[in-house]
Ligand binder design. Structure first.
Ligand SMILES: [Ca+2]
Ligand SMILES: [Ca+2]
Length: 227
């Protein structure tokens, strides 16, 4: 794949922006395939957002944040020591996000990217109509609105629908209201699923993924420059 990158770079003035986007997407898919096939790489196809990158308590809720609970255990709303309820992969435990509060999650095991169909799954506990805006980011600094969650249960999102083609390393969920028994959107878990996740490979192949992302970024930069 690296010979392909050099070839494109050397011909960057001849690459149209549309062709460049197609090449960039094909390159990302090739990287993902390589990682899935890398010896020793994880074989799980579901990537759970299990890292807290940022949490903000707007103060709009009835308790100091983070608060939430467990519909099968502790009840709700109760004060929480941390935001692990939204990072445990368990749909019954949750962190409530009242108006303006947000939680930004990352993935210790890899990245999410635009694969076929829906890519990102955001689940709330229960089916009460509480809403939250979902943003995605590659660098953890600049965020793009992906859509609104809150239809009840799991909301699914397609990164391709907003033209977001870079790897997603951070997902920011921002509460929009005070609905429900535990006021605000009750965030249970965030996942990327098969076909749209890159699992972190074995330590020996880490240089490969870093080089691949560097090449991917250079290619997209070149494509923009040549547009
Ligand atoms: Ca997609
Ligand atoms: Ca949970």
């Amino acid at each position: 794949m690296f010979s392909g990158v050099r070839k494109v770079n050397s011909r960057r003035h001849a690459v149209s922006s549309v062709g460049g986007e197609k090449i960039a997407r094909a390159f990302a898919a090739a990287v993902a395939l390589t990682l899935f096939m890398a010896p020793g790489s994880a074989t799980a196809v579901t990537l759970l957002a299990d890292v807290e990158l940022d949490f903000f308590d707007s103060g709009a809720g009835p308790l100091a944040g983070p608060y939430g609970g467990d519909v099968l255990g502790s009840g709700f709303p109760i004060p929480l020591a941390d935001t692990s309820n939204a990072r445990d992969g368990n749909v019954s435990t949750f962190v409530s996000l009242p108006t303006g509060s947000f939680l930004t999650l990352g993935f210790s095991g890899g990245f999410v990217f635009d694969g076929p169909g829906d890519d990102l799954f955001v689940t709330e506990t229960g089916a009460v109509d509480e809403m939250a805006n979902v943003f995605v980011s590659t660098d953890g600094v600049s965020f793009t609105l992906l859509g609104t969650a809150g239809a009840g249960g799991t909301d699914t999102f397609d990164l391709g629908a907003i033209g977001f083609l870079d790897p997603v390393t951070a997902v920011k969920v921002v509460g929009l209201d005070l609905g429900g028994g535990s006021p605000g959107y009750d965030l249970a878990l965030v996942e990327g699923l098969e076909g749209s996740v890159m699992m972190v490979p074995a330590p020996g192949t880490l240089p490969l993924i870093l080089a691949a992302f560097a090449g991917f970024g250079v290619l997209r930069y070149r494509c923009r420059r040549s547009a």
